[in-house]
Design a binder for this molecule. Structure first.
Ligand code: PMP
Length: 305
């Protein structure tokens, strides 16, 4: 990732991609205290546009607030940095990664002179789990790793350190021949994937876990809005793994994963064992909205030009 042409926004300036470096004593590298976002820009009807830019920037600032990290820039500056990162790299569509980290001003947990630094990188990134899986659906397994508890890492923040848990769960799932993990919370109820929110459909009603341990996903919020507009009932409730086994449909949502159908959990086929009809409708609506093909939600798109 580091050896390529292009530019990265780094503390207010565009620097060459290869020069966007930090010292090995970077505090966040040692202790994981940092916050970040994952944002996408799409080639939309009105030109390349960032989807729900303000919601992502708001969550980044909220994450920093939760972690008590002082933000050296305003939300407007970070919005502009994201637009510039896409534009100045000449990208038609992009994955955008803003990240806030502590520098090498001090070492040790007690360092009290730390400064928050912000980078915004953007690059091309296609379907997170492959184009084919958007149609066919993925095979997942309940993880042996429990999702975070609010009093352990705080689950409303998208923080660097919390992704250790995601990586452990994902690596385990992949080693068992699956595409993704389904993590349960400390009570044993379904929480989320390693980088996605979870939904299931039963008897025409859409269910998703409450947000006690899962990240407040922007795609989740988008899908709930689109489902309501399409006349579906969406209920937030505690979901057990065996309810998922007997669901008619299930899918994950996320900026990277978009709307990814789930065809199998723990070697049990979900519904027909392929993308379900309601999943297909919501997925199509999602792709229409992010590409600016739907007149209703043009306000969710910010052009980069
Ligand atoms: N949960 C986790 C753990 C995630 O990493 C993500 C991706 N940011 C999501 C859910 C989905 O969030 P969003 O739709 O905002 O990308």
């Amino acid at each position: 990732m580091d050896d390529r042409d292009g530019v990265i926004w780094f503390d207010g300036e565009m620097v060459n991609w290869r020069d966007a470096k930090t010292h090995v004593l970077t505090h966040t590298l040692h202790y994981g205290m940092g916050v970040f976002e994952g944002v996408r820009a799409y080639e939309a009807e009105q030109g390349t546009s960032i989807f729900r830019l303000e919601a992502h920037t708001k969550r980044l600032f909220n994450s920093a607030k939760i972690m008590n990290m002082p933000m050296p820039f305003t939300p407007e500056q970070i919005n502009e940095a994201q637009r510039a990162a896409v534009r100045e790299n000449g990208l038609k569509s992009a994955y955008i990664r803003p990240m806030v980290f502590y520098g090498s001003e001090g070492m040790g947990l007690r360092a009290d002179n730390l400064k928050a630094h912000i980078v915004v990188a953007a690059w091309e990134w296609g379907a997170y789990m492959g184009e084919e899986n958007l149609k066919r659906g993925i095979k997942i397994a309940t993880s042996s790793f429990t999702r975070h508890h609010p009093n352990i890492t705080m689950t409303k923040a998208k923080s660097n350190g919390s992704y250790m848990n995601s990586m452990l769960a994902l690596q385990e799932a992949i080693s068992h021949g699956c595409d993704e993990a389904l993590l349960l919370d400390t009570q044993g109820y379904v929480s989320e994937g390693s980088g996605e929110n979870f939904f299931m459909v039963r008897d025409g009603v859409i269910y998703t876990p409450e947000l006690t341990s899962a990240l407040d996903g922007i795609t989740r919020n988008t899908i709930i809005r689109l489902a309501h507009e399409a006349g579906y009932e969406v209920r937030e409730k505690c979901i057990t793994r065996d309810e998922v086994y007997i669901a008619d449909e299930a899918f994950f949502t996320g900026t990277a994963a978009e709307v990814t159908p789930i065809r199998e959990l723990d070697n049990r086929k979900i519904g027909s064992g392929s993308r379900g009809p309601i999943t297909e409708i919501l997925q199509a609506k999602y792709f229409d909205v992010v590409h600016g093909r739907s007149a209703e939600h043009l306000g969710w798109l910010t052009t980069v030009a």
